[in-house]
Design a protein. Structure first.
Length: 317
């Protein structure tokens, strides 16, 4: 406020210079993008916070997707709640609720299921998943039989074929937002928000906030610019991407994001919220919530919500 009074008492040229300086302090430039900074970040920048290094860390981060793979190398208890909704998105037409316990012996995991409750046509008559969302969920969070992995959580004998490839690409699209997904037509490069041709459609910001658990965080936000014309909007897949980084060690503690896209062949609209925890030095999801609708060729439109809670982590025996 004192700056404003000094400006009012000075010359017009002085005012313009002052506001230009203040505006410059409230923004940063990184690889062609303009990033808005809140007052706390501006002050942190004055005492040594490196904005460019922080954004580079955000851009190059691989720990978020890695965290989901870490579920393949630890034991845990989980609560799984999947609901398939009707066309209006208001009534549940099929669902699954259960509790699972994963055991790790060496690099091999097995899973036991209890308290399972199923409604509607969640499964086919042959016992397969009747819905793509359920199949994707199971592929990511459930273990059937004994599955052995390498030290990174990858299966040495990976599934092959187009279906396995599509599932892998879909998981990358959903659980690794902001990075290009190779091999996915139309949308594969549109999710790469740090690429110049994509970043121009976004507003970026860094702020200081406490996460829901009270952890002090730096928060990086990318939101699609309001008022984009129809042609530019067609180049947007990520509507919003918000990531909370622990101030002390810059580890991700949470991420919230929304993805959508629409063509004559397919469309989707997905929202996710992920909370992270640490166990034995590993970043691991503790809560994953999802709501979304998919309409892909040769399948009926599918609208679903799910929540997965992970707890009581244990090391391999």
């Amino acid at each position: 406020m004192s700056h404003i009074w000094k400006c009012l008492a000075g010359t017009v040229a002085g005012c313009l210079l002052l506001f230009t300086q203040l505006d410059a302090q409230d923004t940063a430039r990184y690889k062609g993008m303009t990033v808005n900074l809140d007052e706390v970040i501006v002050e942190a920048k004055r005492i040594g916070f490196d904005v460019n290094s922080f954004i580079k860390r955000v851009e190059e981060d691989t720990t978020f997707y890695r965290a989901f793979k870490n579920l393949h190398i630890v034991g845990f208890d989980a609560v799984n709640d999947i609901q398939i909704l009707d066309k209006g998105g208001t009534q549940v037409k099929a669902s699954l609720f259960n509790r699972t316990h994963q055991d790790m012996k060496g690099r091999c995991r097995t899973m036991q299921t209890t308290d399972e409750k199923i409604t509607g046509d969640f499964y086919t008559r042959k016992g397969n998943y009747n819905y793509y969302t359920a199949e994707l969920y199971a592929n990511l969070f459930f273990t059937k039989g004994t599955v052995c992995v390498d030290e990174t959580g990858e299966s040495p004998e990976r599934s092959s074929g187009s279906l396995a490839r599509h599932k892998s690409q879909l998981k990358q699209l959903i659980f690794n937002p902001g990075k290009p997904v190779h091999g996915v037509p139309i949308v594969g490069q549109k999710v790469a928000i740090f690429n110049y041709e994509v970043m121009r459609f976004y507003d970026f910001s860094i702020s200081a906030q406490n996460y829901v658990d009270g952890t002090p965080c730096y928060v990086f936000t990318a939101k699609a610019k309001p008022g984009l014309n129809r042609i530019d909007r067609a180049d947007i897949v990520i509507d919003e991407l918000i990531t909370w980084f622990n101030k002390d060690n810059f580890e991700i503690v949470g991420r919230k994001y929304a993805l959508s896209y629409k063509t004559m062949l397919f469309d989707f609209n997905v929202k996710m919220n992920v909370q992270m925890t640490k166990y034995n030095g590993l970043l691991i999801p503790s809560l994953v919530s999802y709501s979304g609708t998919w309409n892909v060729p040769f399948k009926k439109r599918e609208t679903a919500v799910f929540a997965a809670k992970f707890m009581n982590f244990t090391a391999a025996q």
